[in-house]
Design a protein around this ligand. Sequence first.
Ligand SMILES: *[C@@H]1O[C@H](CO)[C@@H](O)[C@H](O)[C@H]1NC(C)=O
Ligand SMILES: *[C@@H]1O[C@H](CO)[C@@H](O)[C@H](O)[C@H]1NC(C)=O
Length: 229
Amino acid sequence: MRYQAVLRLAAVTAVLLITWGISINSFDVRKARSILRLNYEDQIKPTFKTATPKCNLSRACPPDHFAFYIRSGAANVIGPKICFDGKIIMSHVLNNVGPGLNIVVVNGEKGVVEKCGYLNMISGNPHDILAYLNAIKPGMIVLVASFDDVTTKMTKEMRDVFVGMGSTLITSVKHRDSWVFAGRAGAENKTLFEKQAVNEEKTNVYENWPDMVEVDGCFQRTITDGHEP
Ligand SMILES: *[C@@H]1O[C@H](CO)[C@@H](O)[C@H](O)[C@H]1NC(C)=O
Ligand SMILES: *[C@@H]1O[C@H](CO)[C@@H](O)[C@H](O)[C@H]1NC(C)=O
């Protein structure tokens, strides 16, 4: 009889100990999980959680940056391509590109494409072209790709608009040069995102045109100090 009582006591104790152990453990696990989750959400912005590279970049962009990719046209045959924040905005395939300056204008604060299109620099009206460029408001992110030729109707005033967006190369872009550019209207600094290929008979890839050029990267969101742009 006594032997059985001892056994039963031992069994009950064991069950109690095991239950207590499990509840301690699961409490710890739950607590640890919630701490991890809190830290994760505190330190890493939601956009970063499932970050996969956009626009075929090799790496995802950090928070408050937009991925972009710009490729110029090839000669007067293959249209340019402009990708912004993971979406192809203009391309030969989309059939919305044309000779001259292919432009995407983005609200730099919200990252929303405001307008896109091409300024026909071969047969367009210079007055309308300049008016379009002058209407781009400070803070806008501007992505540009050349196609065929961008200089036939180009004036000094038009070049100055791009200089005001951070371009340095536009002052030397000549007949049938390839040119890609990403800048910000009203920027004080020179952009890092700009390339040019010069039309030169000796180095041209296509008979009368140079090779295409491309540029990609992460463009920083426009910061407006809390004021409405
Ligand atoms: C990314 O690469 C894929 C496969 O090559 C291609 O279909 C797609 O158009 C590319 N996207 C951009 C933005 O170039
Ligand atoms: C221009 O660059 C300088 C030095 O890198 C930086 O301190 C300044 O904030 C930049 N200005 C603008 C408008 O981005």
